[in-house]
Design a protein around this ligand. Structure first.
Ligand code: TRP
Ligand code: ZN
Length: 871
């Protein structure tokens, strides 16, 4: 395996030069795009070495010429090797002109300038700009960009870049040009260029100070009528950021472009966001409620970056969470305000526990601010994004909404226009509030999931209630000893009627701390870590009956949901132990009754029971096991679902029918909640233990729902039920589905996901066939995620005892890595967890990893994950 060297946070030094402005000229051509960059350099007075050579980053490009102050340099006057262009001696101040040639048509990595559906687009974060021209490609070098895009009028009627259009015109040879100017100095990762045949959807927004901003969404003609929801979401986000954070948009135009080939969700390029079309396009017939939610959240996320990311950016990539954690927090709060705060919190906490906690417990665990990396693309993780957001949320809890806002205001006031660190952010929060956050900073530097142990003592005579909380944090790679974190823990104490007698935020700042409550008339029921205020695991000493009590009464919706999850988890773990010892796994009566109560609850927003009725996820169950036993987890969980169906079939059916609606589809929080509870009932009605046959009339319910649905939410939910219940019926319906939707790539992705996640035997065979199907392409990350990525999350079939799932993944990684290393490295995630499985699977997984590691020419991305996993 090639050895790639790591970059360390402690080695940071300022760049020896500043660049005030750059003029880029890009002459588009699929195989011969010519890029000229003219820039003004000057020595950086803040740099340590005032004699330093000029070094620029440049990769995957052909260097055509270099000119300094108008004089073309001879070949021996510079060195261009190993990704660096080096000019030994340069004056105090100079103009540099660099010409490069690139081939967007053969760019399958989707970094830099590439083609998607025949249109040009760019992706420069984190280090893609160096694939366009030679440049100090680091976020603390900020310049004013002027960009002239030149392309054929016929195939590229639209020519876009950041900022404002200042000039356009025609050439005699059929080409035309557009010149864009972005007045805000920016790092190269925020540069963007788009060109091609696109239509423009227009709207406008009046900012709080009365400025009119044009809003433009660019899509391919066939998608023209799928942009309304994205546009609405954008306007809501713009208003919300004004109302909640006092942040106004700063350019005259805001542009969004949707492309089909994109490595991630979307990109916040200044004034010109580029989006994965999955997060723009929606129509009731093609997008589900959760697609609508995702669009609203991602549109908002990228918009919010304009202040948290663009106006104030990162000093270096170790500070990625400075913009990502903060912006995820902002988009979560926005979504909570647009829909149900309770549902949002449950979903976000669930994601942390299922995805981020797993990352924390494996070989790629890292702090919110990593200390080193080999490939920065490997650090766009749940830890940096979602745990980073939890860390910001703790500040919000500690300081209160008003205190948090004061801190944000100070942060913007101090650092607007700068490239800063996570400390700078926390310092602003501290200074604005006079609140000591020095211990809090540990959240940025220590990896791992803290675990809290809670014990209670109640003294009837003194009416004293004492809560003792201890924290610990397991060792993570490179970090054995951990210091205690500083965290807010919100708790409630309930009396026997379920009323709150206390609701407080406790501050835990030591390894063990006692909290005494006086005047407590009777032993209360403890609701611990309300709203998941601290992103931790909790070992509580609650009785099953107390959990059932909290499920029914807790005022905090997160804990009401979590009590059910905890109770469900206990039942599942017992069931798994029973099954492993050859006994029947039976769902206890206490849980059956709690389930019945939730099903009968007609007062709550239906979105709540829709979440609470779902048994703990396979991933969350697996995390609790010393050795993951995929069969046991799957079989027992499915068995319990079947037992719930048998016991509550009549009620499930009644609720299902009661929740149906004759009204045409409309996306709203209420309607989405209704549909999700109804589809949850539908799924239970077909729930079967492995091998058990689903009754024909129950399966028909799903088939009929599929046929009658006027929207993708109900159609896809019904289809998923059939696909997982009966292979023949599922195949037939999938064929129908594909025939109807084969022209729509985002809907085809849904088909791939359904097939890849099917828990029935024979799935791998079908996934292999789909690799060869015209609907699949290894070059399209959405397809790769939907088929291969989704299969990696299929607990039952991916972990088949013969290792066939692992071998399949290895084949895919081998094929994908040379094309798109970023996507290939992500596919490896399930294999990185190999130490969590039984000895046989460990051996199979390890051998698969070793085979991948032995491949020639492995990318930095995949090598880094391999090296960590095999350590
Ligand atoms: N900054 C983007 C976001 O948070 C993330 C992103 C988009 C990205 N495309 C990428 C990161 C490519 C790395 C590589 O919305
Ligand atoms: Zn982001």
């Amino acid at each position: 395996m090639p050895q790639h060297s790591a970059i360390h946070l402690k080695d940071y030094t300022p760049y020896p030069f500043t660049v005030s402005a750059v003029h880029l000229t890009v002459e588009l051509d699929p195989t011969q795009t010519k890029v000229t960059a003219r820039s003004s350099f000057r020595r950086n007075p803040a740099a340590e070495n005032q004699q330093a050579a000029l070094e620029l980053d440049g990769e995957h490009l052909e260097l055509v010429s270099v000119a300094l102050d108008g004089r073309r340099l001879a070949a021996e006057e510079y060195i261009f090797a190993d990704g660096t262009l080096r000019i030994e001696a340069v004056p105090e101040q100079f103009e540099l002109e660099i010409a490069t040639r690139i081939a967007p048509a053969s760019n399958t990595a989707l970094e830099g300038l590439y083609l998607s559906s025949g249109n040009y687009c760019t992706q420069c974060e984190a280090e893609g700009f160096r694939r366009i021209t030679c440049w100090p490609d680091r976020p603390d070098v900020m310049a004013v960009f002027t960009v002239t895009v030149i392309g054929p009028q016929a195939s590229c009627p639209v020519l876009l870049s950041n900022g404002n259009l200042i000039e356009q015109g025609q050439f005699d040879d059929g080409r035309h040009f557009a010149t864009w100017h972005d007045p805000f100095p920016k790092p190269s990762y925020l540069f963007a260029l788009v060109a091609g045949q696109l239509v423009r959807i227009e709207d406008s927004f009046t900012t709080m100070s009365g400025r009119e901003v044009s809003l433009h969404i660019y899509v391919e003609e066939r998608n023209r009528d799928k942009c309304a929801h994205a546009m609405q979401s954008l306007k809501k986000a713009m208003r919300w950021d004004e109302e909640v954070f006092g942040r106004e948009y700063d350019l005259d135009t805001y542009m969004i472009v949707a492309v089909d080939d994109f490595n991630m969700g979307a990109m916040e390029n200044k004034g010109l966001n580029v989006f994965n079309s999955k997060y723009v396009l929606a129509q009731p017939e093609t997008a589900t409620d959760s697609d609508y939610e995702g669009i609203e959240a991602v549109i908002a996320h990228e918009y919010f970056h304009n202040w948290t990311g663009n106006r104030i950016t990162c000093r270096d990539w170790f500070q990625l969470s400075l913009k990502e954690g903060l912006t995820v927090f902002r988009d979560q709060e926005f979504s909570a305000d647009m829909g149900s705060r309770a549902v949002q919190r449950i979903q976000d906490a669930n994601y942390i526990r299922n995805i981020q906690f797993r990352e924390d417990s494996g070989p790629t665990a890292h702090p919110v601010r990593p200390a080193s990396y080999v490939e920065i693309n490997n650090f766009y993780t749940a830890t940096v994004y979602n745990k980073g957001a939890e860390v910001i949320r703790m500040l919000h809890t500690l300081l209160g909404a008003a205190g948090f806002r004061k801190g944000m205001d100070l942060y913007f006031q101090r650092h607007d226009g700068q490239a800063v660190t996570c400390e700078d952010f926390v310092q602003a929060m501290q200074d604005a509030n006079g609140f000591d956050l020095s211990q809090f900073q540990l959240w940025y530097n220590q990896a791992g999931t803290p675990s809290l142990r809670v014990s209670q003592e109640y003294d009837v005579a003194d009416q004293d209630y004492v809560l003792t909380v201890s924290q610990s944090c397991p060792a993570t790679p490179g970090q054995v000893e951990k210091q205690p974190f500083f965290m807010p823990v919100r708790i409630g104490l309930l009396d026997s009627s379920g009323k709150d007698i206390r609701d407080e935020v406790l501050l835990l700042d030591q390894e063990t701390k006692e909290f005494r409550f006086t005047g407590i008339a009777a032993k209360p029921v403890l609701s611990f870590n309300r709203s998941f205020a601290a992103p931790v695991k909790v070992e509580s000493d609650l009785q099953d009956e107390e959990l059932a009590f909290l499920m029914a009464h807790d005022r905090d919706p997160f804990n009401r949901w979590d009590a059910g999850q905890q109770l469900g988890l206990r039942c599942l773990l017992q069931g798994i132990a029973d099954w492993q010892q050859g006994r029947a796994a039976m769902l206890p009566e206490l849980f059956q009754q709690a389930f019945a109560r939730l099903l009968a609850d007609e007062e709550s927003d239906p979105a709540f029971p829709a979440l609470a009725l779902v048994l703990p996820a396979e991933g969350w169950i697996s995390q609790q096991l010393a050795v993951i036993d995929p069969e046991a987890v799957f079989i027992v969980r499915q068995g319990f679902r079947s037992q719930l169906r048998q016991r509550h079939q009549a009620e499930l059916l009644a609720r299902y029918q009661q929740l149906s609606s004759a009204a045409p589809y409309c996306y709203s929080g209420d309607e989405a909640g209704r549909r999700s509870l109804r589809n949850c009932c539908l799924a239970y009605l077909s729930a079967a233990a492995p091998g058990e046959v689903v009754a024909a009339d129950l399966l028909d319910l799903a088939v009929n729902q599929y046929r009658q649905a006027d929207n993708m939410t109900d159609a896809a939910a019904a289809l998923a039920v059939v696909v997982n219940a009966d292979r023949a019926a599922g195949d037939a319906l999938l064929a129908e589905f594909y025939a109807k939707w084969q022209h729509d790539p985002l809907v085809v992705d849904k088909r791939l996901i359904l097939q890849a996640t099917c828990s029935l035997p024979g799935t791998l065979q079908r996934v292999r066939e789909l690799l060869l199907h015209p609907a699949f392409s290894m070059k399209n990350p959405n397809k790769v995620r939907s088929l291969i990525g989704a299969f990696g999350g299929n607990l039952r079939q991916f972990h088949a005892p013969d290792g066939s799932g692992y071998a399949f993944l290895a084949d895919c990684v081998a094929e994908l890595d040379p094309m798109n290393p970023q996507a290939a490295a992500r596919l490896l995630t399930p294999l990185t967890q190999w130490k969590r499985y039984d000895a046989d699977r460990q051996q199979l997984m390890r051998r698969t990893l070793e085979q991948i590691a032995a491949l020639p020419g492995l990318s930095r991305d995949v090598s880094e994950v391999m090296a960590k996993s095999l350590q």
